[in-house]
Design a protein around this ligand. Structure first.
Ligand SMILES: [Zn+2]
Ligand SMILES: [Zn+2]
Length: 294
């Protein structure tokens, strides 16, 4: 069973950059349908229609830029890896013999208390080993095939922005393609559009609707994770616990992912101040309830 699971994970890895091509193709089809076929030609018509198409085309491009910016930040940003000889610094740990770490005898005990037997290295709190990346990832949320990367401490904000902007873009596309979609059968009968163009509008509408609906589910799920300072991996750990130890209250939980600088909340970047003052953004140290309440 374990071997099969491993093969599945290696398969996901091979899938790799094919996913980036797929994302680009979906964006290309939507662009062609919304901007070039449906709303672009109405731009010069004058009156309300040309104002509406101007607004739609501008919004489409702004969302597209934000979406692609966030996307490539998630794809290329290291989600966070464990420094070479990381060790927990706690009073008990300090009493132990410092340097000889990976003794085979205590391997089992450490696998519970922060040791990864695959990487043969210490594991900071909230860190998990990803079997696709074959390494430990800091505050790992999940391995995402769409972004060909793990989502962890350092790119979770970028991932959430990518979700948000893709949801807004696909929802807008669905709405602005609806009139053409409704006319689809009339136009097919009257031959007022070429079959290829009709097919593209049909495909773009169905794809965008499907993405908008599934992204809505993801967004709701991640909004609830964000507000309780939990990762997708920790949902199972959290079950049964009365109060989740990393839950610092909604505002602080949000700051730990998005930073405190409001102007940067909507962009896939952080201020230097936040990077200096919020250790959670680096993924190694996390304040707990007891730290905050003390
Ligand atoms: Zn590991
Ligand atoms: Zn991974």
């Amino acid at each position: 069973m374990e071997i099969n699971l491993f093969r599945l994970c290696s398969g996901l890895r091979v899938l790799g950059y094919f996913m980036i091509l797929l994302v680009t193709a979906i964006i290309g089809v939507s662009y062609y349908a919304v901007v070039l076929l449906t709303w672009g030609p109405q731009l010069l018509g004058g009156g309300f229609h040309s104002f509406l198409s101007f607004a739609i085309i501008i919004t489409f491009h702004v969302l597209l830029i934000l979406l692609l910016w966030s996307y490539f930040r998630v794809v290329f940003k290291d989600p966070g890896s464990v420094p070479g000889n990381w060790r927990p610094v706690s009073p008990e740990e300090n009493l132990e013999v410092g340097s000889s770490f990976a003794a085979a005898d205590d391997g089992l005990e450490r696998s519970r208390g922060g040791y990864c037997s695959h990487c043969q290295n210490g594991k900071p709190p909230r860190c998990h080993h990803c079997s696709v990346c074959q390494r430990c990832v800091l505050k790992m949320d999940h391995h995402c095939v769409w972004v060909v990367n793990c989502v962890g401490a350092r790119n979770y904000k970028f991932f959430l922005l990518f979700l948000l902007y893709t949801f807004l873009e696909t929802t807008m596309d669905t709405i602005v393609l609806l009139p053409s979609f409704i006319n689809f059968f009339d136009e097919a009968k009257n031959h007022s559009s070429t079959p290829a163009n009709l097919a593209i509008i049909f495909l773009a509408f169905v794809l965008n609707l499907a993405f908008a609906l599934s992204l809505l589910c993801f967004l709701v799920m991640h909004a609830s994770l964000l507000s309780s300072n939990t990762t997708s991996v920790e949902v199972h750990e959290k079950k049964g616990a009365v109060r989740w130890k990393y839950d610092l209250g909604r505002k602080k939980n949000f700051d730990q992912v998005f930073g405190t600088k409001k102007t940067l909340w909507f962009f896939p970047m952080f201020s230097e101040d936040d990077l200096d003052n919020i250790p959670a953004l680096h993924g190694i140290d996390f304040p707990t309830r007891s730290d905050v309440e003390a």
